[in-house]
Design a protein around this ligand. Structure first.
Ligand SMILES: NC(=O)c1ccc[n+]([C@@H]2O[C@H](COP(=O)([O-])OP(=O)(O)OC[C@H]3O[C@@H](n4cnc5c(N)ncnc54)[C@H](OP(=O)(O)O)[C@@H]3O)[C@@H](O)[C@H]2O)c1
Length: 271
């Protein structure tokens, strides 16, 4: 098996680490990274081979993973194009439609994936979509590559990746926002920053873990910890009257709209 990474930044590094953990041999992975120092670091860290620009070693790959910034995608695809003669392309660049990547790279078989930042610690979740005609073994390999960074959820309709971007792609920032607010409240009540941080982080982690393990609807879990006339009820009542839930849903829709705008802008650049 041959997997090539174009771009050896944060996301590629997380995926390569996960693939090696998963038992893919280092000799099956190659990286093209423009920055020679970074390339040298990847070589040392993972014992993989690579180069600063695409060459004949890219021929015969099963999967070519584009992990560069969206604004670098067109150039990266065009540089690789003369050497891409097999397999499928997997793109994790936010907002760029598969058809655009296909036009730029010259490969028809494109899988598009949207991971999120917790991938950097192996706790990410990726929304992934492939054209209906993609062979099952290619789908399996795409899933295995993204699974290296955490969970994988498939979508039949590529346009749903805009919603994935709004929900789980941008989602870690929403969680950080709420952790920050809880920390601020804790500090305003007199806690030391370290105490506030530990209590807030453990509360988010613990609640998410409880929700996942119990499998029960989160609404039920929330109701169960909210006794009538109690402290939690006082807080939730304040949230209800300030329409926090509705504002939050609106905010996620704003991210969806922005994701669609960016996709439209990139979708026009198929030449
Ligand atoms: N990080 C996340 O949480 C996250 C989440 C979802 C999706 N993504 C997507 O993942 C992609 C990668 O993100 P990242 O955070 O890993 O970016 P990154 O750290 O900037 O990594 C990209 C790397 O590719 C190099 N590069 C640029 N052009 C190249 C080319 N033509 N050939 C070879 N290498 C090239 C860059 O070098 P220079 O720095 O010298 O340009 C950089 O080292 C982005 O498209 C992003 O939208 C990231």
């Amino acid at each position: 098996m041959k997997i090539a990474f174009i771009g050896g930044g944060n996301m590629a590094q997380a995926l390569i680490a996960g693939l090696l953990r998963d038992g893919i041999p280092a000799t099956s992975i190659r990286v093209i990274e423009v920055d020679p120092d970074r390339l040298a670091m990847l070589r040392r860290q993972f014992a993989i081979d690579g180069s600063t620009e695409p060459d004949n070693n890219l021929r015969g790959t099963d999967a070519t993973v584009f992990a560069v910034k969206p604004q670098q995608m067109r150039e990266a695809c065009q540089q690789c194009r003369p050497f891409l003669d097999s397999g499928f392309v997997l793109t994790i660049a936010a907002g760029i439609p598969a058809a655009t990547v296909a036009a730029w790279s010259g490969r028809e078989q494109v899988v598009r994936a949207m991971p999120n930042t917790p991938a950097l610690v192996g706790a990410g979740i990726t929304g992934i979509s492939a054209a209906a005609g993609l062979a099952q073994d290619a789908r399996d390999l795409a899933e295995r590559i993204m699974h290296a960074a955490g969970e994988v959820v498939w979508f039949d309709d590529e346009s749903m990746l805009d919603a994935v971007t709004a929900v789980s792609g941008s989602g870690p920032a929403y969680v950080f926002f709420f952790i920050e607010a809880l920390q601020d409240a804790a500090e305003a009540m007199g806690m030391q920053p370290d105490q506030a941080r530990r209590l807030s982080l453990a509360t988010f982690l613990g609640a998410a873990q409880l929700a996942r393990q119990s499998g029960e609807p989160v609404q039920l879990l929330r109701e169960r910890v909210t006794s009538k006339g109690g402290t939690t009820a006082a807080a939730l009542e304040k949230m209800r009257t300030s329409r926090l839930h509705e504002s939050f849903v609106d905010a996620v829709f704003a991210a969806l709209e922005r994701s669609r705008e960016l996709a439209r802008a990139f979708g026009d650049s198929t030449k």
